[in-house]
Design a protein around this ligand. Structure first.
Ligand code: CIR
Length: 253
């Protein structure tokens, strides 16, 4: 169960956010509208949402998921692999302090972005991507172990973040795409495979029994509904242009 979420309003500088999508520039007004609807969806799932102000100095700062890992037992500030995103952590720390008395951190020797971390009960899968390295993952596992939580590293080579191609929907159900479909670390899960033409829908979010799914991916939506989940579609076109998925837009805890 989650009870809270933290989001950050997109900034106008998002037009110069990091991207490899090649889908054109985001429309800021539409992004704000979509962000508002995302917040509504979180609230419909029963979450109390903390809305942080836009940070113009950090174009990608609406993607709050990457800069902290919030677990039921501790909060960990990451050290993003993307240099332009490192300063975001100090701003998220201010917001997290209100909820977590002790905040752990990944130090400069390693890199972690929490879009690479997937929580399955007490275990955290950590993707080794262009943004998260083994040094950072090792630090993270050490911190998790202090709190009786565990972590393991997942080799990956194609996706931006681990959760670009994986979403855990609880009850052993795992949405998978691309290199994650047949990845040896996930064969014990019941896998829902996302087709190539709907790859963006591989990033969806389970919140208290409802699954948020990006709008416009009917096969993925149907497959998730077939498993018995209630679903809520959210239009995400402007964030997709910046390689950002549904999970990236919030910290849920
Ligand atoms: C970035 O490249 O860092 C942002 N434009 C997108 C971050 C997406 N975050 C995520 O997948 N967790």
């Amino acid at each position: 169960m989650f009870t809270k979420a933290i989001v950050r309003k997109p900034c106008q500088a998002m037009l110069s956010g990091l991207t490899e999508a090649n889908m054109g520039l985001p429309n800021y007004a539409l992004a704000c509208e979509q962000h508002q609807d995302y917040i509504s969806a979180l609230k419909e799932c029963g979450l109390q949402v903390t809305e942080l102000p836009a940070l113009e100095d950090y174009p990608d700062s609406c993607f709050v998921e990457d800069v902290a890992l919030l677990t039921p037992k501790c909060a960990i500030l990451t050290h993003p692999g993307a240099a332009s995103r490192r300063g975001e952590t100090q701003h998220i720390e201010d917001a997290i302090k209100a909820f977590y008395p002790n905040i752990e951190r990944i130090d400069f020797a390693g890199h972690v972005e929490a879009g690479d971390i997937m929580m399955v009960a007490d275990h955290f899968y950590i993707g080794l991507s262009a943004r998260t390295d083994a040094q950072g993952a090792a630090q993270l596992i050490e911190i998790l172990n202090k709190y009786n939580l565990s972590g393991s590293m997942v080799e990956m080579s194609e996706l931006l973040h681990l959760k670009t191609g994986l979403s855990y929907l609880e009850n052993n159900n795992l949405v998978t795409f691309g290199e994650m479909r047949t990845h040896q670390d996930f064969t014990e899960f019941t896998r829902i495979e996302i087709d190539e033409d709907e790859d963006y829908a591989a990033n969806c979010v389970w919140i208290n029994g409802t699954v948020l799914v990006p709008k416009g991916f009917p096969k993925a939506l149907h497959a998730i509904q077939q498993l018995g989940y209630k679903t809520r579609e959210v239009a995400m076109s402007e964030f997709q242009k910046l390689d950002g998925g549904l999970s990236c837009l919030s910290l849920r805890f």
